[in-house]
Design a protein around this ligand. Structure first.
Ligand SMILES: Cc1cc2nc3c(=O)[nH]c(=O)nc-3n(C[C@H](O)[C@H](O)[C@H](O)COP(=O)(O)OP(=O)(O)OC[C@H]3O[C@@H](n4cnc5c(N)ncnc54)[C@H](O)[C@@H]3O)c2cc1C
Ligand SMILES: *[C@@H]1O[C@H](CO)[C@@H](O)[C@H](O)[C@H]1NC(C)=O
Ligand SMILES: *[C@@H]1O[C@H](CO)[C@@H](O)[C@H](O)[C@H]1NC(C)=O
Ligand SMILES: *[C@@H]1O[C@H](CO)[C@@H](O)[C@H](O)[C@H]1NC(C)=O
Ligand SMILES: *[C@@H]1O[C@H](CO)[C@@H](O)[C@H](O)[C@H]1NC(C)=O
Ligand SMILES: *[C@@H]1O[C@H](CO)[C@@H](O)[C@H](O)[C@H]1NC(C)=O
Ligand SMILES: *[C@@H]1O[C@H](CO)[C@@H](O)[C@H](O)[C@H]1NC(C)=O
Ligand SMILES: *[C@@H]1O[C@H](CO)[C@@H](O)[C@H](O)[C@H]1NC(C)=O
Ligand SMILES: *[C@@H]1O[C@H](CO)[C@@H](O)[C@H](O)[C@H]1NC(C)=O
Ligand SMILES: *[C@@H]1O[C@H](CO)[C@@H](O)[C@H](O)[C@H]1NC(C)=O
Length: 539
């Protein structure tokens, strides 16, 4: 075993932690890291050049000085502000808002043990942290942290088929393109994202809608095993059969509240070429398109190979409708999409191609680097409600239409009864959805723009669309409280929306595995068990 000795500066009479009597020093010692000197006086090697008496008042920043310096000493893979590596890390987020957040340091662990040591050091020093997989969560602090340690899982990038090929071990450092293009050599796939650059980590922990969800369910319903680093720095295998089936349930939709997943073992499925692409329609075809969506929601059980995404957008001075159609088999224009074929369209990229090729096409239409916001709502399927939603989207968006580089997308998907039926597999997931409630409309507002001066107006428009469509749906008895984590904004309180029973279960599972609330307190970003990331109102 490696042994390391950390040389901590003299800090007399500091409480080792605010509300945490866990013995992080002993836990670190079990990994061969000697942190026994922390807080007890001793050497100042790590703080060479710094005036300890100035920073003796304990603060997060001070803890991070120690944590980052210790990680640098142990592993080397630490980047500080203004270095080339740090700037590359900052550029590695999809949204500008996440790139603007400035961590005290960025650390890239190479193994689950390295992750465990980082968490234990954070606990010891009270340095807050954030975890980054693909970096596609849109709002600030979701996978980056001001003044703390950002742990980028990029180097945990294994992709390995099990001997019997029934599952693939996938590190959270992979994007879905990496996963799909590798497994295509074996004519296999896993259930994951639809855009090349999305990360395995965030998508799978929040739910994860795939082109194949009609046949197999969401990504979280197709995980055989999670390798997890717990708040106590233990590395455990979490699955339905084993000792941690409660934690397995919690990870199926519970986001970053329960542990850091250092490996996802995902069930594999046979998959050859498929059919798919996008068709663009003029806005005057909106009513036939909405009718076709309603038809699709009714007919979906007749053909679970089909997947549909309808995105209203605005380009070159007009609203347009982009319809993504996918079919799991290499068959062009399957009957279930007949309506979308007969409605006149302007362009059409549908073709028989591989899954990885389709994810590259959709990656092109989702460029990074802009200011971005995602919002969500869930409703029962109803034509009149859909008409109202589209009208509300346009009216609201018209009020900000001159914002620089504005690209306002209003995206409709159906959570089909087939998708819902798979949510009960392996003891069920945490999302609180049942087949009896379906089919459902899943709304995703996805807006990008470029001027920070427009932030508040854009966010307010999205909030208005969600609030007003929800109020209308309520009057018609069509509202559903479910908020999809992967599409929710920082003002939406996701976990409680899963229903009161599931929420209470998640809270008690978190108390069992993380009694000190490490993943609530020291990892403040993203959707916590009891609160929206940025409160409920736009300031
Ligand atoms: C262009 C685009 C396309 C999308 N397409 C789809 C789609 O097809 N289907 C779908 O369902 N969703 C889709 N989404 C939504 C997507 O699922 C979320 O944005 C998701 O959070 C992205 O995951 P990530 O790993 O890239 O993000 P990150 O920002 O890296 O992570 C998101 C959150 O998850 C946490 N996290 C990540 N990995 C781990 C881990 N290993 N352990 C613990 N916590 C972790 C992070 O700390 C963070 O809080 C899309 C989003 C975009 C922007
Ligand atoms: C840990 O480090 C301290 C201070 O440097 C030292 O006194 C102690 O013997 C070390 N413990 C072990 C187990 O090496
Ligand atoms: C360190 O900071 C203290 C308090 O501000 C100050 O009194 C002292 O002179 C500083 N020491 C050095 C070496 O700069
Ligand atoms: C980074 O560089 C800028 C410009 O040179 C400087 O203003 C800033 O203080 C530096 N930041 C850090 C953390 O060193
Ligand atoms: C994958 O499928 C293609 C087309 O059916 C076939 O030609 C190829 O041999 C298969 N590859 C493997 C590894 O089974
Ligand atoms: C729909 O709008 C397009 C573009 O403005 C126009 O060319 C087309 O004739 C319209 N179709 C109908 C049915 O009004
Ligand atoms: C996806 O798009 C991003 C941002 O536009 C780009 O940086 C990245 O290289 C693309 N990924 C792939 C796999 O093409
Ligand atoms: C949108 O504006 C139009 C024109 O003013 C109006 O007729 C319509 O009712 C508005 N839609 C909603 C949902 O308020
Ligand atoms: C909550 O959701 C689960 C499915 O996840 C369902 O079985 C249960 O009945 C729901 N409870 C309530 C109170 O709605
Ligand atoms: C992100 O965190 C910073 C610093 O803690 C805070 O000022 C900011 O409001 C947060 N942003 C969001 C969107 O939560």
């Amino acid at each position: 075993m490696r042994t390391y000795s950390l040389l901590f500066a003299a800090l007399v009479a500091l409480p080792l932690s605010v509300c945490d009597d866990f013995d992080a020093v002993a836990a670190l010692a079990s990994y061969g890291v000697n942190a026994s000197n922390y807080g007890n006086g001793g050497q100042t090697a790590i703080l060479t050049g710094q005036n300890v008496s100035q920073i003796v008042a304990r603060s997060d920043a001070l803890g991070c000085v120690y944590s980052c310096a210790s990680l640098a000493l142990l592993f080397g893979s630490v980047a500080y502000p203004n270095s080339t590596t740090y700037n590359l890390e900052e550029a590695g987020y999809w949204s500008a808002q996440q790139s603007e957040v400035e961590p005290y340091c960025v650390y890239q662990p190479s193994s689950s043990t390295d992750v465990a040591i980082a968490i234990l050091l954070s606990r010891l020093t009270e340095c807050p942290f954030a975890i980054k997989s693909g970096g596609h969560a849109a709002f600030a602090n979701a996978s980056n942290i001001e003044g703390g340690i950002t742990i980028n899982l990029a180097k945990l990038n294994v992709i390995e088929l099990s001997a019997d090929k029934t599952y693939a071990s996938i590190g959270p450092g992979n994007t879905w393109y990496d996963v799909y293009s590798d497994l295509e050599d074996y004519n296999l796939t896993t259930i994951g994202g639809r855009v090349a650059a999305i990360g395995v980590g965030g998508l799978t922990l929040g739910g994860g809608i795939s082109f194949f969800s009609g046949n197999y369910g969401w990504a979280c319903d197709n995980v055989y095993n999670y390798e997890v680093v717990t708040a106590d720095g233990l590395i455990i295998d979490v699955n339905y059969e084993g000792s941690y089936s409660d934690l397995y349930y919690a990870l199926r939709g519970g986001g970053n509240n329960f542990g850091i997943v250092t490996r996802f073992d995902l069930y594999t499925y046979s998959q050859g070429l498929m059919w798919g692409g996008s068709r663009v329609y003029y806005i005057n075809e909106s009513t036939p398109i909405l009718n076709a969506i309603v038809e699709f929601s009714n007919n979906a059980p007749s053909d679970p190979n089909a997947a549909l995404i309808v995105a209203y957008a605005y380009a070159e001075g007009m609203y347009l409708i982009a319809v993504d159609l996918e079919y799991d088999l290499p068959e062009a224009n399957p009957t279930i999409f007949e309506d979308f074929e007969t409605i006149p369209h302007i362009t059409d990229t549908t073709a028989v191609q591989s899954l990885s090729e389709i994810t590259l096409e959709f990656n092109e239409s989702n460029p990074g680097g802009y200011r971005e916001t995602y919002w969500t709502a869930t409703y029962q399927v109803d034509l009149d409600l859909l008409q109202y939603m589209v009208s509300e989207y346009q009216n609201q968006t018209n009020t900000i239409i001159t914002a620089a580089d504005l690209e306002p997308s209003f995206v409709l998907q159906i959570i089909t009864t087939d998708q819902l039926s798979h949510m009960t597999k392996y003891g069920g997931n945490a999302l609180g959805l049942t087949e009896a409630e379906g089919p459902l409309i899943l709304l995703n507002l996805a807006y990008w723009w470029s001027d920070p001066a427009d932030d508040e107006a854009v966010l307010q428009v999205c909030q208005n669309i969600v609030d007003n469509t929800e109020a209308y749906a309520k009057t018609k008895g069509l509202a559903n409280e479910y908020l999809y984590m992967n599409y929710a904004s920082q003002y939406q309180d996701v976990v409680p929306s899963y229903n009161t029973t599931n929420h209470a279960k998640l809270v008690s599972i978190a108390e069992k595995y993380d009694p000190a609330g490490v993943f609530q307190r020291l990892q403040p970003g993203y959707f916590k068990l009891n609160s929206a990331p940025a409160g409920s109102t736009i300031s």
